[in-house]
Write a new protein. Structure first.
Length: 242
């Protein structure tokens, strides 16, 4: 199994197409950052609160991680190589190997985004005469983003196995959160807060704008989403092979 995971990790980070994945990974936090111009209004607040405000979009790295987790699966379907992979290593090893490698790549990429984003925040704060101050809330954002990356990658990988289509999966893991979950957050937060993307975001920013879940229920529901979708993907494929 270790060799299968190592092989999938190398495959996941090879080729020029992975550069597009890295760019997409920045899409969600950037979308959240620029969707609310008030984040850049830092007059009258202390450095710690300003730092936290600019770090909050990192909570949505979990959605980017879902795309990263799905990519290792959907790319093979896109290029028509999945049948060779399944013939060579078998479905159980391919399934678990791709999920595990997706988690590793998503976490590594999220760490890179956290570092780059923090540097960018420090530059923005300096322009307003403020210093970067990492409060407990800021560290909670980092920790929640990493937990969300793990769960998001599993959710994305499972959706990839279920749909077996690159474009359908991309629409589910990227377009749905941007077009539907954000809209519901404004119009029906009591429903939206249980959706996968916003559940994972709540791990970093619990009770965000008094519309998201607390950390503990968000973690429980996030685990349920991940476990449920992985189980559906596994059962679906086992029935197909039977």
């Amino acid at each position: 199994m270790r060799n299968a995971i190592r092989s999938e990790v190398l495959r996941a980070v090879s080729g020029f197409s992975i550069l597009a994945v890295y760019l997409v990974a920045l899409l969600m936090p950037l979308f959240v950052l620029f969707s609310d111009g008030s984040r850049f209004v830092l007059v009258g607040i202390d450095a710690g609160a300003a730092t936290t405000r600019l770090l909050e979009p990192l909570a949505w790295c979990a959605i980017s991680a879902a795309f990263v987790g799905a990519y290792g699966v959907t790319r093979e379907y896109y290029y028509g190589s999945m049948d060779r992979t399944l013939t060579g290593v078998g479905f159980p090893r391919a399934f678990s190997g791709k999920l595990a490698s997706g988690v590793l790549v998503a976490v590594a990429l999220t760490i890179g985004i956290l570092i780059a984003w923090t540097v960018g925040v420090a530059v923005l704060l300096a322009q307003d005469g403020l210093a970067l101050v990492l409060t407990p809330d800021a560290w909670r954002i980092y920790a929640g983003a990493l937990i969300g990356a793990i769960l998001g990658s599993l959710i994305g990988g499972a959706i990839g196995w279920i749909s077996r289509n690159y474009y359908v999966t991309a629409a589910i893991v990227l377009v749905f959160p941007m077009a539907v979950e954000f809209a519901l957050l404004r119009t029906a937060p009591e429903v939206a807060k249980f959706s996968p993307g916003l559940v994972l975001a709540a791990l970093s920013v619990p009770r965000y704008q008094d519309r998201l879940l607390e950390f503990a229920p968000a973690l429980g529901i996030g685990l349920a989403w991940a476990a449920g979708l992985v189980a559906v993907a596994w059962i679906r494929w086992r029935r197909r092979a039977a």
